[in-house]
Design a protein around this ligand. Structure first.
Ligand code: 26Y
Length: 811
């Protein structure tokens, strides 16, 4: 047992030795660091198991309502450090390992990130699981056990190269295969109508199926003995064919089923905010949803008789439209298998499902061709047709004779299944992820739905877990905070506001900035090791780390760096505070413009970092393979947080909150949760620039923005744009960046040129502000002190109280 109250160092050492022997037939002094990591992880897991069992017993006994967080993505990162922290034994284990001459950091570094997600949406799901367990709410995360997660990014010659992420190579010490809960999931074939006791029964025939097998991962609550479950499904072939069989049809079907099972969970689609429409993706969606819903119903029936009350004990939260087929799958099970009448089943379904929207980007909206959908899921499609038929009648009743409404709102339209419309029709709640985002949904994107059913719409501003992004990621700041205000902030982030009394205290300011400096040294070391670049920890660390997308405008950031470099070359004595521009971003494998932007950033970095004439006043660093584990280092070390999306495009953002928590000042547009960040910290303590969401949407509506006007009138913009096509950064191929140039001049969809001057001016304000060390320290401390609202604990409390109506379990 390695809990704080009972931690026994000698016992832990014995356990560790015994694990290394059992697992690897080695003694501790012969074991590799990877083997020691495995052994430590098994000791920690051993410690989790009893609580895990007890938690689930309590859930059953107390018969509390359970939320199933349905998500195609869970971007968990590493588990070991987080688990030890939540078990309250992190320091004890670290000390014990030190006594054995072992370095905890090196051991933690052996664990591959569980990167079963792309970016914001997947990481939000991971933060939510941490908060649910910490708050003691009964919850399952339901997802897919991808054999390969988010690709690993290599930078070769400045270009992104994708390398498969074989995260399970050495096994996953924390997971447990639960073969006893395997279920069958069926694809394809046709639907036959049979009569059973005078009632029509719809039977899927001629299908292919796979066996869905769950793997459970423990989600440890902070210091409360609660352990929830992340259940991820793997596909196995159904072994029902006879090798002696000479039936060619049977044989071929068996091989096809094997292939289906092999491919379904093979890989995470690396698209973020972009719908590719691949058949395999729809198979993945139905696969994990059918398995999860089947299990949820079976579990409910173990202890309840009346399926009509399912929604009193179960709620399904749909993480964007990706799991929306759950609406139809639950209907199928209730009608076809449980024998409910349509209306009864629909009432249960509508009271069970809730939908979160994470984006208004048109290209991210999921629409499936009816041809594909009905071929793959013939019975589910029939059900969607009936849902649509009735929904259209509802629309007609509400708006008699209004064909336009049907065109805009129907679930089936123009040969496609519109998943968002299905999600809204089948849910009791529809929420956005920041106040501005929810308002845009209500006023624009989902306006017709809001008008028809306003009671469903609500906002839940995102949050992040302070256990990972402060306590684990920034131990120096975490213990400083605890010294000042006690450790209640770990489970109640509002307490950070008590730091406000210290913001004018010079000694505190120095301590705070000294910690920032040490974290910058830590990151500088990482950069030296990984990029071979020397960066000065006394320079401003100006960071933009997030997925690469045009709307996030990494291009604007690097264009501004190019401009600064031109200024420095033109005025060698120019007095600027040294800056290190740090980027980290993965581009979807097929996203040409995004990949070209990565190449540009690296080309600019190469040129600037190797130009001795500017005396190292600016440096540019592209961090390879940005992911949860190295993100923790970056947040802790940042002075400036770049949150520069085109206003109205970033639903919320959560990196913005992680930077704020760690004392970085926001340089941003009034977009997503930036609006609420500025509200908390005060507008004088953030660097805000650019068009407002209203202005952007006006331009979009009127189509009256012409980027050439900016080009013609702005000498600085003209110069950097010209450098994209004159070989300044690509002498071997002057045309290399032509596509970026053209996109900016022809359309500039994301208003980069229009916002450029205002962005530049905001950077000047940063330069000026940083010179006043004391004021900067005060403002930095104020960021941390004002971050209380952005805990995912707050977000989850809102979901639990206002939507799910969950009760906490008592252990
Ligand atoms: C349809 C498809 C392939 C698809 C895949 C992934 C569509 C969208 C996504 C991912 C979306 C996403 O990550 N959205 C982000 O969600 C965060 C959590 O709510 C927000 O903070 C962030 O602004 C939003 O872009």
């Amino acid at each position: 047992m390695i809990k704080k109250d009972t931690f026994d160092k000698e016992k832990f050492k014995k356990e560790l030795e015994s694990n290394v022997r059992m697992l690897f037939r080695r003694n501790l002094d012969e074991a590799t660091t990877q083997q020691i990591y495995q052994a430590v992880a098994y000791s920690v897991k051993d410690d989790i198991i009893d609580n895990w069992i007890e938690t689930h017993k309590a859930y059953e006994k107390q018969d509390k309502k359970m939320v199933y967080y349905m998500s195609m993505e869970f971007l968990m990162g590493r588990a070991l450090g987080n688990n030890m922290i939540n078990l309250l034994c992190y320091d004890e284990v670290r000390e014990t390992l030190e006594e054995l001459g072992l370095d905890m950091n090196l051991i933690e570094d052996q664990e591959p990130d569980a990167a079963l997600g792309n970016g914001g949406l997947g990481r939000l799901a991971a933060c939510f699981l941490d908060s649910l367990a910490t708050l003691g709410y009964p919850a399952y995360g339901c997802g897919i056990r991808y054999r390969y997660g988010m690709f690993k990014q290599k930078i070769e010659n400045g270009y992104q190269v994708e390398v498969p992420d074989n995260w399970l190579k050495y096994g996953n010490p924390f997971e447990i295969k639960r073969d006893e809960y395997a279920v069958e999931v069926k694809f394809g074939g046709y639907v036959d109508v049979e009569m059973h006791n005078g009632r029509q029964k719809f039977v899927q025939k001629g299908y292919q199926s796979v066996r869905a097998v769950p793997y459970d991962m423990p989600i440890v609550g902070y210091g409360n003995h609660i352990v929830n479950t992340l259940r991820i499904w793997d596909a196995e072939a159904i072994n029902n064919f006879n090798l002696d069989s000479f039936d060619k049809g049977e044989y071929e079907k068996a091989v096809e089923q094997e292939n289906l099972a092999r491919t379904i969970c093979e890989v995470l689609y690396p698209n973020d905010n972009h719908m590719a429409g691949k058949e395999l993706r729809l198979k993945q969606q139905y696969f994990f949803i059918s398995a999860s819903v089947q299990r949820a119903v079976a579990k409910y029936k173990q202890t309840h008789d009346d399926i009509r009350k399912f929604h009193e004990k179960v709620t399904f939260q749909l993480n964007d439209t990706h799991p929306t087929v759950a609406v139809a799958e639950l209907m199928r099970i209730l009608v076809d298998e449980e024998g409910l009448e349509w209306d009864e089943a629909w009432e249960v379904t509508r009271k069970t499902c809730a939908y979160t929207n994470h984006t208004i980007m048109a290209e991210a909206l999921e629409k499936w061709p009816i041809e594909l959908f009905s071929r793959l899921l013939p019975r589910v499609y029939q059900i969607v047709e009936e849902i649509n038929r009735r929904f259209v009648i509802e629309i007609q009743n509400k708006y008699p004779g209004d064909q336009e409404k049907i065109r805009k709102m129907a679930i089936l339209y123009d040969g496609q299944v519109r998943m968002a419309h299905l999600a809204i029709a089948g849910s009791y709640s529809v929420n956005g992820v920041a106040r501005l985002h929810t308002e845009i949904l209500k006023k624009r994107e989902l306006r017709d739905f809001y008008e028809m059913m306003p009671e469903k719409f609500n906002n839940k501003t995102n949050g992040i877990t302070q256990r990972r992004f402060l306590l684990h990621g920034n131990p120096l700041l975490a213990s400083w905070v605890t010294d000042k205000i006690g450790d209640d902030w770990i489970t109640n982030l509002d307490h950070l506001k008590h730091l406000k009394v210290y913001v004018d205290d010079e000694k505190c300011q120095q301590e705070f900035m000294n910690i920032k400096y040490q974290n910058k040294v830590r990151l500088a070391k990482y950069i030296k090791e990984h990029n071979g670049i020397d960066v000065d920890p006394r320079s401003i660390f100006d960071c933009q780390v997030k997925r690469l997308h045009e709307y996030k405008r990494q291009l604007m950031n690097i264009l501004h760096v190019m401009y600064l470099y031109n200024e420095l070359k033109a005025h060698p004595d120019m007095d600027i505070v040294p800056r290190t521009f740090i980027f980290g971003a993965k581009a979807a494998a097929g996203y040409y413009t995004a990949k070209l932007t990565i190449k540009l950033i690296n080309a600019v970095a190469d040129k600037i970092n190797n130009d001795p004439s500017i005396n190292g006043k600016i440096k540019v660093v592209f961090i390879e393979d940005y992911r949860v584990s190295n993100a923790e280092l970056i947040f802790a070390a940042a002075d400036v947080s770049e949150q520069i999306s085109t206003a109205s495009k970033e639903a919320s953002g959560t990196g913005n909150m992680k930077f704020m928590l760690n004392g970085a000042l926001t340089l941003g547009t009034m977009d997503g949760a930036n609006v609420e960040i500025v509200e908390e910290v005060g507008k004088d303590n953030a660097f805000i620039f650019g068009l407002s969401a209203e202005q952007v949407m006006e331009y979009e509506k009127n189509g009256n923005y012409n980027p050439r006007d900016v080009y013609n009138n702005n000498q600085d913009v003209r110069q950097v744009l010209t450098q994209l096509v004159n070989g300044f950064y690509s002498p071997e191929n002057p045309e290399l960046f032509r596509a970026l140039y053209d996109a900016l001049l022809e359309k500039d969809t994301y208003f980069t040129l229009l916002d450029f001057d205002s962005y530049k001016e905001a950077h000047n304000r940063i330069d000026a502000a940083y010179r006043d060390e004391q004021h900067w320290a005060r403002t930095a401390m104020l960021q941390t002190a004002s971050a209380g609202k952005f805990s995912s604990d707050r977000t989850i409390e809102e979901y639990a109280k206002e939507m799910w109506h969950l009760e906490k379990v008592t252990l």
